[in-house]
Structures are given as C-alpha cells and as structure tokens.
Design a protein around this ligand. Structure first.
Ligand code: MLT
Length: 258
C-alpha cells in the first residue's frame, strides 16, 4: 500500500486487526525485514510496517534526513491510517527513529521495543566515516552500503545462503539519495541519553548475542536508562535478530505483549 505523507510517497504494509504494532526497519533495509513478524502478529494485532522515506519502495526526500524527520513521517502516516497510540518496534536505525518519536510524540506510544540499537550519538570519527560513505554512495551508488552492511547483518556462524540472499533483497530497492540522506541524518543525530529517563511506557530491549554491529553493552545501557525497560538477549542471533531468529524473537515479543 502507498500513502502520500509530508509530501513523500510512503510504501507500507498494514495487515490484521487489534492492538497496533508499528515496525520500523534499520539501515539500509526495508520493511521486508519484518515479514516474519507480520505473519506471526497479524492474527491478533494490526501490524503496520512502512519503508522509511528514501529506503525500500518509498519516495525520496532530498538531503540529510534527521531521525526526528523520520519520526514526523511516522506520525503523519499514523494520522493518515487513523491509528494510535501504538507499540513501536524499531530496529537499529529504526530504533534511533523510535527514540526520536518517543521524545516528540509520547502520547502516541503504548509501548516501545528497541531491537539491536543504542541511545548514543555517533562519535566524531564514526560521523566522519558516515559522511565519507555518503560521498562514496554519491559517486558509486547504493552497492557501496549494501556490500559493506549485508555481510554483517546475520550471525557470523550463520551459513544459510537463502537468508543471506534475502538480506541483500531487503537492501537493494533503496535509492542512493535515500541512503545518503539516512547516513547524513544518522551522523548528525543527537544523543538520546538526554530523554531516555523520561520515557514512561513499558519498554522491551532485545538484541542478538552475535550482533557484530551493535554490542550487547549498548542494549544493557538502554535497558538501564529507560525506567520501565527489560532486556532480553537472543543467543546465536546477529544484528537482524527478528529475521534471523524469528521464532525466539516473536516468542519474546508475544510474551511481553501479554
Ligand atoms: C542499522 O542497521 O540500522 C545500522 O547499522 C545503524 C547504524 O549504522 O548505526
């Protein structure tokens, strides 16, 4: 499905009925990463999963895209769909967006699920590397980020070729301008530590023990800083934990949703 929100054509999945779950993918991914959650949760929930602007099949916004701009786009999509408050599930960059959303629209949140993500800003070195990657994408195209990120999404011990192929499929629709906008937006994002303590909703922090992109310590720090948070670790799961170990992930989420 598609909707025009904040001047951008946003592609999204919207299935099922019940208490709404809004899933937000990471970088440079797309909503396909949540396919196993859409299947598992649509019998009991309204499950919404957009492609963030510039990624997947959504239209592109020119220039740097801040995490709060993506959060505004989620809010506009929710208004278009007449849905909310929601339980917001954000993976990695989607988690940065979820934290920006929690700051801007706390009344639209019923619960928060932070998956393989962190609250801190980029160090100057990481921000500089992101800007350099953005320049490279400008001259060489999106394959720069796909080739760099795809091999890091699953556990290093995972040899499932079909799964690796799916990971690349989730990344390939993203446009170069969209990847550049997200890279620059991530490089400039503020440290969410300033407002983690104000988050009032129940929060679940989930991470894979084999995540090579986001160390477990980041999830531990999030769970410590958010008052009503609990932490769950999924063994043998990499960065894309909800896709790679979907049964364990869905079981934990289902139990937490109660
Ligand atoms: C993601 O998976 O969204 C990215 O790895 C996040 C990041 O690069 O900080």
């Amino acid at each position: 499905m598609r909707a025009r929100v904040n001047g951008i054509e946003v592609a999204y999945t919207d299935e099922g009925k019940g208490s709404p779950l809004l899933f937000v993918h990471g970088f440079p991914l797309s909503r396909g990463t949540w396919e196993k959650q859409v299947m598992a949760f649509r019998p009991d929930h309204r499950v919404i999963a957009p492609d963030l602007p510039g990624l997947g099949e959504s239209g592109v916004r020119a220039g740097s895209v801040s995490m709060s701009q993506y959060a505004d786009d989620l809010f506009a999509l929710m208004q278009h769909l007449n849905v909310g408050p929601v339980t917001l599930v954000g993976h990695s960059m989607g988690g940065y967006v979820a934290l920006a959303f929690a700051k801007a629209y706390p009344e639209m949140l019923k619960g928060l699920v932070l998956v393989g993500t962190k609250g801190g800003a980029d160090t100057p070195e990481v921000a500089a590397a992101r800007r350099a990657t953005a320049e490279k994408v400008r001259t060489e195209g999106s394959s720069v980020v796909v080739n760099a990120m795809a091999p890091k999404m699953l556990s290093p011990s995972n040899t499932d070729a079909a799964m690796s192929a799916s990971v690349r499929d989730f990344m390939t629709p993203s446009k170069p301008e969209g990847a550049i906008g997200a890279l620059l937006g991530m490089a400039d994002r503020p440290d969410a530590g300033a407002w983690l303590g104000w988050i009032k909703v129940r929060t679940l922090v989930i991470t894979g023990t084999d995540d090579v992109i986001m160390p477990i310590s980041e999830s531990e720090a999030l769970a410590k800083a958010i008052p009503a948070a609990e932490l769950k670790l999924i063994p043998k799961a990499g960065h894309l934990v909800a896709f790679e170990c979907s049964e364990a992930f869905n079981g934990i989420l289902k139990a937490w949703l109660g």
